[in-house]
Every structure is written in C-alpha cells, then in structure tokens.
Design a protein around this ligand. Sequence first.
Ligand code: PLP
Length: 404
Amino acid sequence: MSTTMQEYIDEAEKALLHTYNRYQVVFEKGEGVYLYDIEGKKYLDFVSGIAVFALGYHNREYDDALKEQIDKIIHTSNYYYNLPAIEAAKKLKEISGMDRVFFTNSGAEAIEGAIKTARKYAYLKDGTTDHEIIAMNHSFHGRTMGALSVTGNPHYREAFEPMIGNVRFADLNDFESVEAQVTDKTCAILFETVQGEGGIYPATEEFMRKVRDLCDARDILLILDEIQCGMGRTGTMYAWQRFGIKPDVMTTAKALGCGVPVGAFLMTEKVGANSLAAGDHGTTYGGNPLACAAICKVLALFEKEDVLANVERTGAYLGRCLDELVQEFDCVKERRGVGLLQGLVFDRPVGNIITRAMDQGLVLINAGTDIIRFVPPLVIQEKHVDDMMVILRECIKEAEGEQK
Ligand SMILES: *Cc1c(COP(=O)(O)O)cnc(C)c1O
C-alpha cells in the first residue's frame, strides 16, 4: 500500500470516532458496478454501500436529476409543500400499495416512526399506554434507541440499557413462538421480510400468512421492515409483495434514494387516520426536495431500466453460482437468500476471505461473522457474477488451504 493511502487512513483514524473496523481502502469514485480507490485501483462491487446504490455508480440521469434539483432548491421545511415530495409520495404509494407516507432521513428513523405509529394507534384504541411490541431474534432495525430496542441482538443492546421497554422477542418463521408472546397489550409485530444483518433469513409464506391472520384477529399492527430487502432487491418492489398479504405499516430506506440519505415509513389509510396526527411527529430534513428528487428519479429509472426483471434473472443466476460453491467446498455450508440478497454460510469466520477478495479487487461484506452477504447493485449482469466467482473461488481455496 502506498504511503498516500496509508496517510489518509491514519488521518481518518485520528479524527473519526472509531465505531467501525474499516477495510484499508479509501474509495474515490464509482462507475457502474465498479469502485475506484484513490490510487486508481478498480474493484468489482458486490456490496453497493450495503444495498444502497441499486442503479450503479455515476448513473448520468440520476446525477443530472440531482444537479437540476440543487439548482432549484435543496431544502425548505415540512411546514410547506414542495413538488418533489408530492411526486415521490405519490409514486411510493403506487409501488407499495400503501396509503400514507412519512419521509425520514434514515432507516432507523423510519423504524422510530413505525414504533410511534403503533403505540399511538393502540393508545387511541384503549386510552392506555405500556403497549408491547413483538420483534424477532437475529433482527436488525438500526442503532437509535428505539430501533435498538427492537433489534434482536443482545450484544448491540447491552451497554445501552435500559431500552424503550415492552419489547418481547420471538423467532422468525416460528409462529408458535410469536403467539406465545402475544398479550392484551401487544400493539405490533415487527420483522424484516428477509432478515439482513442477522444472517439473510427469508420469512416463509406460511409464517407471513399466520402472523397476518393473528394481527387481523386481534387488531395488532403488522410492521414489515423493508429497509434492506425492499426496493426491488428480491425481485418485487417490496419483498412482502410476493406473499399475497400486506402489512399495516412498512419501512423503507437504503436504496430508496440510492445514496441520498432518505427513508420513509408508510401505512394504510386506516392506520394513518388512527395514529400520528399534527404535532405528533416531525423532522427538519425528512423528505426535503433534494432527497425526494432522488426518490423520483430512482423510481423512474427502476421502470425504465426494468430493474426488477434483471433482479429475477441475475439473482437466480447468482443463487445457482453460489450453490455450486456449497457443493464444491467443505467449508461452505449453505446458501440462503432471495434475488440479489444472498448469504453464503461458512463453518468459520469470513473476515480473511473478504480481505483477500478486496486485495484482488472484489468488494464483499459479511453478515455476522460466518456469512458472506451479497448485495450488489441491482443492475449487475451475469458476466459480473462470473467475474466475482473467479475471485471468490480463489479466495475460498486459499482460506481452506490455510486451515489445513
Ligand atoms: C440498515 C437497516 C436499518 C437501519 O437503517 P439506517 O439507515 O442505517 O438507520 C434498519 N433496518 C434494516 C433491515 C436495515 O438493513
């Protein structure tokens, strides 16, 4: 590594709070499915900023739309209307089938809003507080206090107790474990349609339907977190749309703005009319004209470039290729996932495989210690999968050799 890159990294480590163990690379620009570091080295990107840059880097139409909006206005306030937000909300309703939209700046904030929505809904029903939320083990919903409270990873929560309270945990795809946590105080059941950080566990159709029925029977809100698995990543705009059910509240972020920080929580008309009202919730930046211009262009480009069809095709291909690795290597145990949200489960930590891949110009990321997660740009092609496979195979071979 040249001194220059190392010098920048040293500077970073003096200034930034050390909340990440970062890979030893400084990225400077991107083009399509490739990233370039400050020394000009090219990397094939199978992370896309963790499921964010769905359209690939330096998409000209996207970039131009942002520039155009910057020349008009970047920010006003939610006390006024603005055209990009109106358009983005309308489009989000169309693609999701939900009725009401609140724009946030991040995924965690969308979760916060969903939690407040559920508590207010229950409060308006029975006039009491102390309502409970059922969340899942191995879930991830973000790092703010509310989002952390529903995140099923005790290690993330421990030092920050007390959490918001009245959260009970069950197991994804184990309906009885959910039922066992229901009380008269339950106001919401919350889970990711496909668990991301927790290890790429897709919810089953049977589980989704049973939870939906339970929620209907007891007027409990079903909240689906689509922050990672949504926005086309599994082949439908939102992952739950495969299952013939609909949530009462859902959250979306990550690829929604393709890099401009924006998220949203959405709800049905019924929930909208019976939960958060004027004065209950707010945000300075949320849904500002720049962020919403990004959403509008992202959704337009999804259609124009037929991103969903590409996910179906290339996702299936990626799945088949990863299945080959399960057959080929003893240390590769299993492949899990849907579309372009895939996980490869190893019998050992994957850190050194990922580092090795970086050296060879392939960007990968883990989910937990033993799983490599594949969340490439949604415009990735089969030939990129082939290129990825060449490097990955090599890196797994080396890792296996080392262990022996
Ligand atoms: C990333 C993520 C979040 C948190 O989003 P931030 O924008 O980082 O706050 C919440 N839920 C899921 C499923 C995520 O993948």
